[in-house]
Design a protein around this ligand. Structure first.
Ligand SMILES: *Cc1c(COP(=O)(O)O)cnc(C)c1O
Length: 428
């Protein structure tokens, strides 16, 4: 799915030309489409029609308040991994009672904050966390609602950095010990067992591993029921992949079908925690070509976005499609004059940022006809883009804009340099 459409000679997101966004807000700039966010959410709603199911958007994929607010208005719950994300959900109008809290290292303060807010469930990932949560809840005179995140040990066949459900993973509790931990949780006075959770990885394309994981989880649910520990919900995590390049990506309903077939007739509420598949293809990173360097071995296009803005290529060697979306009006005078009016020839470019690291690339070997000042759209950048950005090289973070029909809304101002060191001080 591509959020760009090329109506009236310009590359547009919904009814707004990217050239207009660059002119108004500058580059680099993340651009999101409300319609694409809504369509992705609707694909889950449709796939889950007739089921007692809840969609909890995984906030870490993109935590901008406007994005959270779009999902909150659609009735979504949220999957959070920190107290900071909980604060964002609440600030964006999300309902804490629809929040599940994942993560291997929740602090006491985060536990207190989440109990105070009245979240739906803690997805507990270790024996120690179970004990600590019981203590913290007791100190507050409350009972903490919990699910255990179990590790079904299925191989999701994705990138090792985003595979989370193997025995060797730091996430979740081993299947073999889960039953014992449920008994322990059952015995602890300040815990209330609500459900079970699993999440096996990210960018999953084959529906089989998730279906197998669901099958394993069900066995556990049934054996717990047999000893009197009844669960109200089964949380199947997120992880559905998106199309970045030429991957074959199933429609949401088809991806979920094998899993839902195994869950047919179950009375438990089904929870899903999609992140990437809700926002990934609803966002792009708009950048301008600063400098072209044509060499003997390689051609470089230095753009004004870098690995601090979009880390996925440097981190996972990830591919993002790139499209030229407008000729530059602001090309540096020197080279523009050098190039004259001769037609621009397509070349194979390394698309790199200005950061002082060889790993600072956004794409290798891209055939593009470029001139300095041109605008490039780096596609499929809505998930784990802005959310993983940094200020490396003292680069202010990009602006973020959301398009809604023919309107563009600035949803995060570009950072200013002075803000980047405002919290720092020198020795007396
Ligand atoms: C990251 C994460 C998700 C979302 O994964 P996506 O691949 O973005 O769908 C869901 N649940 C948990 C526990 C996670 O850590």
């Amino acid at each position: 799915m591509n959020m760009l459409n090329n109506t009236h000679d310009a590359a547009c997101v919904e009814g707004v030309a990217l050239t207009a966004i660059a002119a108004q807000f500058g580059t680099p700039c993340y651009v999101y489409s409300r319609a694409a966010l809504t369509a992705a959410y609707a694909s889950y709603q449709t796939a889950l029609e007739g089921r007692n199911a809840r969609i909890c958007y995984a906030v870490k994929a993109n935590s901008n308040l406007a994005i959270l607010n779009v999902f909150a208005r659609l009735g979504a719950g949220f999957d959070i991994v920190s107290g900071g994300e909980l604060a964002r959900v609440i600030a964006a109008g999300g309902d804490p009672a629809k929040v599940v809290f994942s993560g291997v290292g929740k602090s006491r303060a985060e536990m207190r904050q989440a109990l105070q807010a009245g979240i739906h469930c803690f997805n507990v990932e270790s024996a120690s966390e179970l004990e600590l949560l019981n203590t913290v809840a007791g100190e507050m005179g409350r009972r903490a609602p919990i699910a255990l995140r179990v590790n079904p040990n299925v191989d999701p066949k994705t990138h090792p950095y985003i595979s989370t459900g193997l025995k060797t993973s730091k996430f979740g509790v081993a299947f073999a010990t889960a039953r014992e931990l449920y008994r322990r949780a059952h015995a602890l006075p300040n815990l209330e067992i609500r459900g079970i959770a699993c999440h096996i990885g990210s960018q999953l394309l084959d529906p089989q591993p998730a279906a197998d994981a669901a099958g394993r989880v069900l066995e556990l649910v049934d054996s717990l029921a047999a000893e009197g520990i009844a669960l109200q919900h089964i949380d199947l995590g997120g992880g559905m992949g998106i199309r970045y390049r030429a991957e074959t990506v199933l429609p949401t309903a088809d991806y979920l079908a094998p899993m839902l077939a195994r869950l047919a007739g179950r009375k438990e509420v089904l929870f899903f925690e999609p992140g990437r598949s809700l926002v990934g293809n609803a966002g792009l990173l708009l950048t301008q070509v600063e400098v072209l360097k044509h060499g003997e071995e390689k051609n470089f296009a230095v753009v004004d976005a870098a690995m601090n803005d979009l880390a996925r290529p440097a981190l996972y060697d990830a591919w993002h499609d790139m499209v030229k979306v407008g000729a530059g009006g602001t090309a540096p005078a020197g080279t523009a004059a050098l190039m004259g009016t001769a037609p621009i020839q397509a070349r194979r470019y390394e698309i790199v940022g200005p950061i002082c690291e060889s790993g600072d690339f956004l794409g290798h070997d891209r055939e593009l006809a470029l001139a300095e000042g041109d605008l490039l759209a780096i596609l499929s950048a809505g998930a784990y883009g802005m959310a993983m950005s940094s200020n490396y090289n003292t680069r202010p973070r990009a602006a973020e804009v959301m398009v809604d029909g023919d309107q563009m809304h600035l949803i995060r101002r570009r950072e200013e340099v002075a803000q980047l060191f405002a919290l720092e001080s020198v020795l007396p």
